[in-house]
Design a protein around this ligand. Structure first.
Ligand code: WTA
Length: 652
């Protein structure tokens, strides 16, 4: 089996120790301390998580830490709380009242900041607007917005009244938006007229209109004015948020919610053609994101923390909004692209705002490398003290570049492994404690029991590649897939019984460090964004020219992986460069620009097993290596390999 290939990388890794100047002031300052606490957390999880839960404020305290289950998992049973109260009101009692909660810079350079007091007030007002428009506890609110403070305010406003937010990334198309609105049964959308990206306007409201034209489900649209572009407002359905804010009072009591009350739904891609609505809880989610933010980012009162993720992704939920705000941190957010107006924008932001913690993605770092170190040298990055990476495996050379050129060998790097489903970081260094190995996500977080196993669930020895699984439930574990319990059980808990199946490949080294090798299912990780092969395939076959499609991920020097599409055409259509471009555009229209294939190849047939399943593995192997080494005896068309070898895109 491919996942078990013996690899001998485990001993050759470089080890970099946390700088002692960092460790001295860190919350967890040595590997011994980490190991001691980790052992305790595993031996007595009730005690460990019970203590972690005391860090947040409860309206009614819980009776039992956990029911210990993966399915129907419950944490802090019997408790009641409000997540927005914990992220806001709780900080208003002392000095944090006037501390800046959010500092925002727009793409055009305008800045805005909110103290905790100001943020709490705005959230209460927006919560009242939502209520005025009929939003009640447990209703779903879709948020389709650019990265502006109002997006975070709307998320927290939902949390305050027990509404469930479903944030849809602003890069998704009208169709992808509609699919997420429909699946989550939302009738209200909060959006903006548009957003800025690389100097262009993203027509958010127009896309909401397009989605609404395809479905009668959308009853209300609340619109923030961001860019000032002209938009159509439909009376009785569309409302300017700025006007609505004037109509309500400033006080909104946070409601007490059960520990297991859903906080949000967030859609992510899997192996099926349909995105999955991942459901997260209130208490377990909040307790773990708060604790992991504090420990992994070694958060101090004076930090200015910048996580570059968009709120449309889980990283934006857990480590832009909930984790940092639960800790009373000052967060920085930036609306636009890293290369606008020039490729030094991020360095300029770090220098100008004196950012201390910078959490970004390998894709961004690879782009910085491509743009060149000279862009960094003009800026003072001495405010930085800690760096982080998330979303994809980081190549050791990229890690070292980040360490040298951005962190100037002063800042530890936390390579954090986790997923939409895990809610919070499960494998990562603790920056003052863990010796780092570039390319490894290092060691498990407290209370987390990961392992690398074979297909029977047997633990594999160091150096053997296998499936990454988590052997014990944790508080911020997903509670389900919205309206799809069957897939929930099948995807995560059936392939290897008794554990959580991550869908990632990994190996451990002799020192128990985890090395993540990437997805082992049909999920492609483009720039840290999960895209299901099947979703792109269904987008391709919805084009009139396409009979069948198969999509694979191939390595890409900037984006980690890129999408390569193979298609067969219907009668009457011929391969051409124009058609290839039209198909790429069609995928953008169906899903969004993040799913645009890098290349389309035309074939007469696709490789299938005799039972009719398309064998993507073969397509991938051929495109990468130009030949096939694996088993081909089950192929329906034994001539296929010769045919595909000849398939070059040399159109007439
Ligand atoms: C990948 C993002 C290697 C992995 C938080 C996982 C990583 C998927 C890392 C989840 C990392 C995330 N090293 N791979 N540090 N972090 N991944 O749901 O394949 O968007 O399964 O969550 O990203 O992506 P998702």
């Amino acid at each position: 089996m491919e996942a078990q290939k013996k690899i001998d990388k485990s001993t050759s890794a470089v080890v970099i120790y946390p700088p002692s100047s960092f460790s001295k002031k860190a919350l967890i300052d040595s590997l011994e301390k980490y190991s001691f606490l980790y052992k305790e957390s595993i031996e007595n999880p009730e005690l460990f998580w019970g203590k972690a839960a005391q860090e947040i404020e409860w309206f009614r305290s819980w009776e039992k830490v956990s029911n210990g289950r993966f399915i129907d998992s419950q944490w802090f049973c019997g408790g009641s709380l409000n997540v927005a109260f914990n992220c806001l009101d709780r900080h208003l009692k002392g000095d944090r009242r006037n501390k800046r909660a959010i500092i925002w810079e727009g793409e055009n350079g305008e800045c805005l900041s909110y103290t905790y007091e100001e943020l709490a007030k705005e959230v209460a007002i927006v919560a009242n607007v939502l209520k005025r428009h009929g939003v009640r506890k447990s209703d779903t609110v879709v948020i389709y917005m650019p990265l502006i403070p109002q997006a975070i305010i709307t998320m927290l406003a939902c949390a305050r009244i027990g509404a469930i937010h479903n944030v849809v990334f602003a890069g998704f198309s009208a169709k992808a938006l509609l699919e997420r609105i429909q699946d989550s049964e939302a009738s209200i959308v909060v959006t903006a007229d548009g957003g800025f990206r690389r100097g262009k306007i993203i027509p958010l409201k127009a896309r909401v209109d397009e989605a609404a034209s395809m479905s009668s489900q959308i009853k209300k649209v609340l619109v923030y004015k961001r860019v000032g572009c002209s938009i159509q407002m439909i009376p009785g359905r569309d409302y300017w948020m700025e006007e609505e804010l004037q109509k309500v009072e400033e006080h909104c009591e946070p409601i007490a919610l059960d520990s297991e009350h859903p906080l949000f739904i967030l859609y992510t891609s899997g192996t099926t053609g349909k995105p999955k609505g991942i459901v997260h809880s209130s208490a377990g989610y909040l307790v773990q994101v708060a604790l992991s933010t504090k420990m992994i980012f070694d958060l101090k009162e004076k930090d200015l923390y910048w996580c570059t993720a968009d709120i449309g992704w889980i990283t934006g939920h857990s480590y832009v909004v909930y984790g940092p705000l639960a800790n009373g941190a000052s967060i920085f957010i930036y609306e636009g692209a890293p290369d606008y107006p020039s490729v030094d924008r991020f360095w300029r932001l770090i220098d100008a705002h004196k950012i201390t913690i910078f959490y970004t993605s390998p894709t961004a770092i690879r782009a910085f490398i491509k743009w060149g170190t000279s862009w960094i040298e003009n800026y003072d990055l001495s405010s930085l003290r800690l760096l982080g990476s998330v979303g994809e495996p980081i190549n050791p050379e990229v890690w070292l570049w980040f360490y040298r050129h951005v962190g100037k060998e002063r800042c530890p790097i936390v390579d954090t492994w986790w997923q939409t489903e895990t809610g919070s970081i499960l494998i990562s260094a603790l920056p003052g404690a863990t010796p780092m190995k570039p390319g490894s996500a290092t060691l498990p977080f407290f209370g987390i029991l990961p392992d690398v196993v074979d297909e029977k669930g047997q633990s594999l020895p160091p150096g053997r590649n296998g499936f990454l699984v988590i052997k014990r439930p944790w508080p911020s574990l997903l509670r389900g897939i919205h309206k799809d319990e069957t897939s929930f059980k099948k995807i995560y808990f059936s392939r290897i019984p008794g554990v959580y199946f991550t869908g990632d490949g990994a190996y451990k080294d002799e020192e128990g460090y985890f090395w993540i090798t990437g997805r082992i299912d049909d999920v492609i990780n483009v720039s840290g964004h999960r895209i299901g092969s099947a979703e792109v395939e269904s987008a391709l076959v919805s084009h009139p020219a396409v009979a069948e499609a198969a999509v694979v991920g191939i390595p890409d020097s900037t984006k980690g992986e890129a999408i390569l599409g193979f298609v067969t055409l219907k009668e009457g259509y011929l391969p051409s460069t124009e058609l290839s471009e039209a198909l790429k555009d069609h995928v953008v229209k169906e899903i969004g620009s993040l799913a645009r294939p890098k290349e389309i190849r035309f074939l007469d047939t696709l490789p299938k097993t005799r039972s009719g399943k398309i064998v993507r593995r073969l397509l991938k192997e051929i495109s990468l290596e130009g030949r096939i080494t694996g088993d081909t005896t089950t192929l329906e068309d034994s001539q296929f390999i010769d045919k595909i070898a000849k398939a070059k895109n040399d159109f007439p």
